[in-house]
Design a protein around this ligand. Structure first.
Ligand SMILES: Cc1cc2nc3c(=O)[nH]c(=O)nc-3n(C[C@H](O)[C@H](O)[C@H](O)COP(=O)(O)O)c2cc1C
Length: 362
């Protein structure tokens, strides 16, 4: 439902056009002192209204911490934080009340919750609910970083424009740091212009575009995770599919593995500086659901934004007649750039939860 995790539990609440959104995080380590400036900078990477490539809805996204901290230090009690919704325009949605937007959750929410469901701005299904996820995940990222685990992601694809795929065995923390400083985090800077144009062209056509985010976790010890249904892949996939618009999750070479030979896909072992590593990392750092100690590589495919101004067919749920819809509120022409920190946050929350569950990591 709206809660993620076992030992580190995050519950997200709120609706896009309600009073506030927020989260309750239980299980954060007492005594840790989050760097609030760093947290604000992380959340700003997701916040709307900061680039022509994103929705023009302007939200400050400054959280108010209601509990769980004393003078800037986590105290062990559940952390509760709220973020006020300040710039919403429900009039944009009044006309859509009975006409579900194709590919959004309006139809399914109405089928499940009936007429009382809140569809304004996507209600509880809105991408806005990823702001509190970034708040919780931003703290998890800092805790992991203090323990030598660094998480970062790049935009691997926007439409059919691809970034350079790095060597999964050689990716390092300096490369991840450089990515985090870019508005469009890519390895190949020449992809920035092509991706920007692809997004702008789609917007000019009253349309939208999808893409793929690839997230890395460096410094994970070997041996984290459980077999079968408790694997790192299972846990991350379940969590990442909670991000609205995620259509696919794969690891390492992912679906490309289907076309490869064993000799191409296998990662030969090697002793290097007294440690066991693999020469390549097609597996993406996980075998049998358990970490290998090599970089964890998870690929997350996102669909094009459902809300587009271009006219589409839909239905009127109250008259049961066919009709058309053209969506005019403020929407992201491409969700991918704003979803990068969200993928990092959810990856951090899941891995920290799994590490806290592991008896050997304390
Ligand atoms: C950061 C972020 C921003 C989003 N912005 C929009 C948006 O502006 N307009 C829209 O229609 N959907 C947007 N979405 C996607 C919808 O919330 C999502 O497609 C919808 O809830 C249906 O869920 P599903 O795609 O997972 O099936 C956004 C998602 C994320 C993660």
């Amino acid at each position: 439902m709206n809660t993620l995790g076992n030992k580190l539990k995050v519950t997200v609440f709120g609706q896009s056009h309600g009073h506030s959104i927020g989260c309750v995080v239980d299980g954060l380590p007492a005594g840790f002192r989050p760097d609030m400036e760093q947290l604000a900078a992380f959340m700003a990477r997701r916040a709307p209204g900061r680039s022509s490539l994103a929705t023009q809805r302007k939200e400050t996204d400054i959280p108010e911490i209601l509990s769980g901290m004393v003078e800037g230090t986590l105290c062990g009690a559940p952390l509760c934080a709220v973020i006020k919704n300040s710039d919403h325009n429900s009039a944009d949605y009044a006309a859509l009340k009975d006409i579900p937007r194709p590919s959004h959750a309006d139809f399914t929410a109405r089928m499940k919750y009936g007429e009382s469901c809140d569809l304004r701005g996507g209600g509880a299904f809105s991408g806005r609910l990823t702001a509190p996820l970034c708040l919780a995940g931003g703290i998890a990222l800092q805790i992991l970083e203090q323990r030598g685990i660094r998480i970062g992601a790049h935009i691997a694809q926007v439409g059919n424009i691809l970034d350079r795929t790095p060597d999964f065995a050689a990716i390092d923390t300096a490369a991840l740091h450089r990515l985090s400083e870019k508005a469009l985090p890519v390895f190949d800077n020449t992809a920035i212009l092509a991706m920007t144009q692809r997004i702008e062209n789609a917007a000019q056509d009253g349309d939208s575009v999808g893409g793929m985010i690839r997230c890395f976790a460096l410094g994970l010890p070997a041996g984290i995770g459980e077999p079968m249904f408790g694997g790192v892949e299972n846990r991350l996939a379940a969590a990442l599919f909670g991000i609205p618009a995620v259509r696919g999750v794969s690891f390492g070479d992912g679906f490309d593995a289907a076309a490869m030979r064993g000799s191409e896909h296998n990662d030969p072992f090697l002793v290097k500086d007294g440690a066991i590593v693999t020469q390549t990392n097609h597996a993406g750092g996980v075998l049998g659901g358990i970490t290998t100690g090599m970089p964890l590589v998870v690929n997350v495919a996102l669909k094009p934004t459902p809300s587009i101004t271009r006219e589409q067919n839909s239905v009127n749920l109250s008259t049961m007649e066919n009709t058309t819809i053209s969506i005019h509120g403020r929407h992201d022409p491409c969700i991918v750039p704003r979803a990068v920190p969200v993928v990092e946050a959810v990856t951090a929350l899941t891995l920290l939860d799994m590490l806290l569950e592991d008896n050997t990591w304390s």
